[in-house]
Structure formats: C-alpha cells, structure tokens
Design a protein around this ligand. Structure first.
Ligand code: NAP
Length: 249
C-alpha cells in the first residue's frame, strides 16, 4: 500500500534538486502535490505533467516567490481551491549567496534571509489556518547542517538555516495540542545545482569529514520527508533530523 494515498502536499521549490526528488517520491506514494518555482517554468510544468501521468495523482506547478508574504497567501488560497486541503507543507525553497563577511553586501544578506527564512514564516502562517481547522498537519522545514555548525563564507545562509531550527521548535510547541507537527530536516552535502556551485576546496573539505565518504542524493532527503509527512512519525515533532552521511556527528 502507498503511504500517502489521499494526501495533499504543498512544497516550495519543487522544480529542481531536492524539491524535485520530494515531488516525485511523494507522488509515487500517492500524494497529490502542489509545488512552486520562480524561474524554471518549462521544467516545472513538464515535471508536473510527467508525475501526474506516471503516478495518477494531481500534480500542479505554481510560479510563486516564497519570499513574498502576499504571493504566499495567494498560493495557499489557490491550492485550497484546487485541492481542498493541505496535509503537509514542505518549506524547501532556498538559495545561497556565499561570500566572506567583509565582502557581504546588505543585498546578499537580505535576499538569503528573505528567501530561506522569511519564506518559512510566510507559508507556515498561511497554511496554519486550514491545518488548525482540520486539526492535523505536518510542516517540514529544510534547514542544513550548516545551520547547526556554521560555515566560513556562508554567514547569511547559516543564519537563515539556524533561524529555521528555532522557528521549527517554537511552532511545534505552539500547535502540538492540535495534532500539527513541525520538524526540520538538515541535509549535509547533497548532489544538486546548489552544491555544483561550490569550489573544489570546499567540496574536498566536506568529503574528508563525511564518515560515509560520499555526497547524498535528493531521494535520500525525500525519504526522510516522507517519514515526517506520514503517520509513521505521528509522535515526532520539534526535531531536527540530519541527512548527512554522518557529517554532523
Ligand atoms: P536547488 O537545486 O538550487 O533548487 C532550489 C529550488 O528552490 C528550485 O526549485 C528553485 O526554483 C526554488 N526557489 C529558489 N528561490 C525561490 C523562491 N524565491 N521562491 C520559490 N522557490 C524558489 O537547491 P537544492 O540543493 O535542491 O536545495 C533545496 C533546499 O535544501 C534549500 O533550502 C537548501 O538550502 C537546502 N539544502 C541543500 C543542501 C545541498 O547540499 N544541496 C544541503 C543542505 C540544505 P527555480 O528552479 O525556479 O529557480
């Protein structure tokens, strides 16, 4: 039997990388999926068409900037209209603008905080109302091991990912009595466009410190999200689960 039959998932940043793997894994397990993108329209629409056809569930792509409070509200309204409910929200959209602190501009700081952290506030805020009404829901926030132990050249990114952890624990405490769970996933070094951008020195230093001596895949992160969305994790909330080949050990 499929784990998420009849489920509806709203996922930000589903057009590429980890988000694409989550969209596929969730559709394969019977969930209807609404996912967002900002610029990859052709890729996003092709993915939605393929997943709907292959797995017989409803998959739609929405162009929506997660950093915008207004766009997040519009998105949630549209998803509720089309799907009727939201069982799981996955705040996955994220960017990097890496540079050392002395060179970091205000724009580089603000944009990373807005896309990675404010987006989590935006989507959670708008999804909580229908979840509270339903008295159930799972919110999964994509943090990073960098949010736990920091990284030179990524002060903006690390701050946004650490902020997500504090937010996740607070929301878990606020809405636990309503059977709404909120957890964070902290991937290590996962093979996507985001890590493709890193220089060889950074990649080598990560690999040296990963006990499993390899990069992770989007599918491996998606499997942890699947667990957190499903009833298999019914009593799990306020947690940060690392998917990092042992890097955070
Ligand atoms: P990616 O390959 O660069 O994909 C990013 C996704 O986010 C794309 O779908 C992109 O849409 C979307 N996006 C970017 N800005 C957005 C915005 N303002 N509103 C809505 N969607 C937006 O990234 P990834 O590596 O899969 O990372 C996914 C998440 O995991 C991020 O939060 C990242 O910080 C986290 N993470 C990744 C790693 C890693 O090693 N890769 C490690 C730890 C944590 P477009 O295609 O339209 O640009």
């Amino acid at each position: 039997m499929k784990i998420l039959t009849g489920h509806t998932t709203l996922l930000t940043g589903g057009s590429r990388g980890i988000g694409e793997a989550i969209a596929e894994r969730f559709a394969a397990q019977g969930s209807n999926v609404a996912f967002t993108y900002v610029s990859s329209a052709d890729k996003a629409n092709a993915l939605a068409d393929r997943l709907s056809e292959e797995y017989g569930v409803m998959v739609k792509a929405y162009q929506s900037d997660a950093s915008s409070f207004e766009e997040a509200q519009l998105l949630v309204d549209k998803v509720i209209e089309a799907y009727g409910k939201i069982d799981t929200l996955i705040n996955n959209a994220g960017i990097t603008k890496d540079t050392l602190m002395l060179r970091m501009s205000e724009e580089q700081w603000d944009r990373v905080i807005d896309v990675n952290l404010k987006s989590v506030f935006n989507l959670t805020k708008h999804c909580l109302k229908p979840m509270l009404k339903a008295r159930r829901g799972s919110i999964i926030n994509m943090s990073s091991v960098v949010g736990v132990f920091g990284n030179a050249g990524q002060a903006n990114y690390a701050a946004s990912k650490a902020g997500i952890i504090g937010f996740t624990k607070s929301i878990a405490k606020e809405v636990g009595t309503r059977s709404i769970r909120c957890n964070a996933v902290a991937p290590g070094f996962i093979e996507t466009d985001m890590t493709e951008e890193l220089d060889d020195k950074t990649k080598d230093s990560f690999l040296t410190n990963i006990p499993m001596k390899r990069l992770g895949t989007g599918e491996e992160v998606a499997n942890t999200c699947l667990y957190l969305a499903s009833d298999l994790s019914e009593y799990v909330t306020g947690q940060v689960i690392s998917v990092c080949g042992g890097l955070n050990t």
